[in-house]
Design a protein around this ligand. Structure first.
Ligand code: NOJ
Length: 730
């Protein structure tokens, strides 16, 4: 079958002829009818061609991602199921939606998706940074801002949150996720879903979340993007799946299948993960979209000989919508009419897509108000939130002699380095529709805060141009304090941005050494999308702050932290290894047969900064770790408490991380696992009591490779801050 204009014309004609008989019996048009009834009614009226368009996604608007280059902008069919909508124009959006609603036979609105990964127009810190805030509420609020900006521009669906648990800093996409811990990733993922989807998906300020990449993408071999992933069933269940399970249970509307091949079965053709686990075990009834071109890529992966086989494998594995490669559009018809594929498989995919459209209220409100940008984007409150959130994601790694916050007698600042007056790279990768012109640079932030700033870049991001070094050193020598802004360009992390080494380019390190030799106190700010090698940087710094890629309000947030207006409270959610070769360095590894041996002979075994590390301008002291019983029954509860005192004269926020260790189990467990965390403000001189209610089934059990949870009696260890205590599960 060919899907050309003549078919569209015939469909319109048919609609006209059928219009009289349809009237009055269109349950799907009745907003008061239950969603399932509307779905069935609409599905029963659809032709094979209409169904095939419904499971197809094309792109429309400007191309934001060099990796996803479109060969051509296709004419949008009014029957198309979904568009990757890359314009910010409500007028454009309304135009296309009118076409779908008025020119297609059944008037099914188009579902418009976009990658608002850490903001749409107001850009928030990258997700890896967000996780370092340990503040799910901030995550939710930033997602709510993104949702509103999206919806006002015609985007109903964001391809976020990214729930890939980080495993290797070389993989560029660690910037998009919430770090190396599955529990923290789950909590942040749930918060993101709450923020995007709100109380009710059909609200005009809500958008559908999309959990990605399902599943195991971050296990890419060697940290190289799109590579094969070897994942045992137990690790899949233990580490990769839990964040998805939590976010599905929180009501996420959609899921995206991943690019990777999971131990021999690519994620986009994986019936076990999509049909059995996602649908069967977790009861997910929303849609699964492929990643970009992932269906046709089943051929490159060696899972399909041709597009027909790729189509067959993907759709029968439970992949509902085909993103941009048109494999479904070109293969489904012959597969079904030849009897190779039962139409009920396609029906099920269409059902799931329609369900999401009904839940979003698209049939009732397909169009949007055509508001000017000033009423849609970068509203004052959104900027305020972006500023506060960014400051909360910064991690103070070193602060010798309490050089930070900058005291009033250290207010003449030499501001140096490639990041110091940079807009574009502060946004990080996947910066949505963010404009560099809207970004506050570090220089602008410090100047606006009243500091006397002597700015000079002095050093490029990379290359060999050292011509600015001498002048930079002279400026450093003439100032009270030197702030050196180093880091990665935004394209150095993100998709298809893996790096063999995680050090900053040599020129930046040489620059730091040169300006530090001026003898003034040195504050180093590192802006990066991944953990970078910090050992040498820290050696030349009195104070060191990882500011990640903080987004639109980055410069103001830096000023807030350097001036002491905001007390830093971030803690690392990815280990900073000594060097790339020290990896894997994630904290939650399983114990070695000889824990004190076997490490690389030529480097230290210790990472530079561990998971959970982060300083504050306050000093916190942890009291004894108390438990109310020394043992607990499987159906009982054990309460643990710890007092944390702020022994400084500065108010500060502290996050207590609670870890469990199960030293002996039928399936070996990691050396420790985060099971709970809580962040609180502790006023100067005050004590706060932090509590963890341990529920054995929830906190002490683990998954086996079949997805069955086990709870085994025996000894456990509980850790919080520097304290440890043992207890028994009876
Ligand atoms: C490819 C990326 O892997 C995915 O994360 C993104 O959502 C899609 N392209 C759409 O842009």
């Amino acid at each position: 079958m060919s899907y050309g204009k003549s078919v569209i014309f015939l469909s319109v004609l048919a609609c006209g002829i059928l219009a009289v008989s349809c009237a009055g019996t269109d349950v799907y048009k009745d907003p008061s009818a239950p969603v399932e009834k509307r779905v069935e009614d609409l599905l029963s009226k659809m032709t094979l061609e209409e169904k095939i368009y419904q499971v197809t996604q094309w792109t429309y608007g400007k191309n934001m991602n060099a990796n996803n280059v479109e060969t051509s902008m296709k004419e949008v069919s009014p029957m198309i199921g979904s568009l990757l909508y890359r314009s910010t124009s409500p007028e454009y959006y309304n135009m296309i939606q009118h076409k779908a609603v008025e020119e297609s036979r059944l008037g099914i609105p188009i579902l418009c998706g976009f990658d608002a990964i850490h903001g749409y127009k107001t850009i928030f810190p990258i997700p890896l940074a967000q996780s370092c805030s340990w503040n799910p509420d901030m995550v939710a609020r930033s997602c709510a801002v993104a949702a509103e900006e999206c919806r006002l521009s015609g985007v109903h669906w964001t391809f976020s949150p990214v729930l890939d648990v980080a495993r290797d800093s070389r993989w560029g996409r660690v910037s998009e996720g919430y770090g190396e811990d599955p529990y923290l990733t789950s909590e942040m993922g749930v918060a993101a879903v709450r923020g995007y989807q709100g109380e009710d998906l059909s609200d005009t300020t809500s958008i559908a979340a999309c959990l990605k990449h399902f599943v195991g993408y971050s296990w890419s071999q060697g940290g190289r993007d799109y590579q094969y992933t070897e994942i045992s069933d137990q690790t899949l269940w233990d580490t990769a799946l839990p964040p998805f399970e939590a976010a599905v249970k929180a009501g996420a509307a959609t899921v995206m299948s991943a690019f990777n091949d999971i131990s021999g079965v690519p994620a986009s053709a994986n019936s076990y993960t999509m049909n059995e686990v996602l649908r069967g075990k977790w009861g997910f009834d929303g849609l699964v979209v492929s990643d970009w071109g992932a269906v046709v890529q089943l051929m490159s992966q060696g899972a399909a000989a041709d597009t027909t086989e790729a189509c067959m494998k993907a759709i029968t594995a439970g992949l509902d919508m085909d993103m941009v490669d048109d494999v479904y559009l070109t293969s489904l018809d012959s597969l079904i009419t030849s009897g190779q594929l039962d139409e009920s498989v396609l029906d099920e995919a269409v059902r799931r897509i329609l369900r999401v459209k009904f839940r979003l209220g698209l049939f009732e409100k397909p169009y949007i108000a055509e508001l000017p940008e000033s009423e849609r984007f970068l509203l004052e409150d959104s900027r305020k939130l972006a500023r506060a959130f960014a400051a909360e994601t910064f991690v103070l790694l070193k602060n010798e002699g309490d050089i930070l916050p900058l005291s009033s007698d250290r207010r003449t600042v030499a501001l140096l380095g490639p990041m110091a007056d940079n807009r574009e790279d502060l946004m990080g990768s996947w910066n949505g529709q963010g404009d560099a012109g809207d970004v506050v640079t570090i220089r602008e932030g410090l100047e606006a805060s009243g500091m006397s700033v002597k700015y000079f870049g002095g050093c490029p991001f990379d290359g060999d141009d050292r011509s600015g070094f001498t002048r930079a050193k002279a400026i450093a020598a003439g100032s009270d304090v030197v702030v050196v802004c180093l880091g990665e360009k935004k394209g150095w992390s993100g998709e298809n941005a893996s790096r063999a080494g995680i050090s900053l380019p040599r020129i930046q390190l040489d620059f730091l050494r040169t300006v530090a030799s001026a003898g003034k106190p040195v504050v180093v700010l590192v802006s990066s999308g991944r953990p970078v090698e910090m050992e040498e940087i820290a050696r030349h710094a009195d104070a060191l702050v990882e500011i990640w890629q903080p987004g639109t309000e980055g410069g103001n947030a830096v000023a807030d932290v350097l001036s002491g207006l905001v007390n830093p409270s971030g803690k690392l959610t990815m280990t900073f290894p000594l060097c790339s070769e020290q990896q894997p360095s994630f904290y939650n590894q399983r114990p070695s047969a000889r824990p004190f041996m076997g490490h690389y002979q030529d480097i230290s075994k210790k990472p530079v900064y561990e998971f959970g590390y982060g300083l504050s301008y306050s000093d916190f002291e942890y009291g004894e770790l108390r438990i109310d019983h020394e043992s607990v029954a499987t159906d009982g509860r054990l309460t643990a408490e710890i007092d944390v005192t702020n022994v400084s004269d500065t108010d500060g926020q502290e996050t207590v991380l609670w870890f469990i260790q199960d030293p002996v189990a039928s399936v070996t467990r990691p050396v420790k696992e985060l099971r709970h965390f809580e962040k609180r403000l502790i006023r100067a001189g005050q004590t706060e009591t932090f509590r963890f209610e341990i529920e054995p089934q929830k906190h002490l059990s683990y998954y086996d490779g079949d997805g069955v949870r086990h709870l085994e009696a025996g000894d456990f260890r509980l850790m919080a801050g520097p304290r440890k205590v043992s207890f028994a599960l009876l």
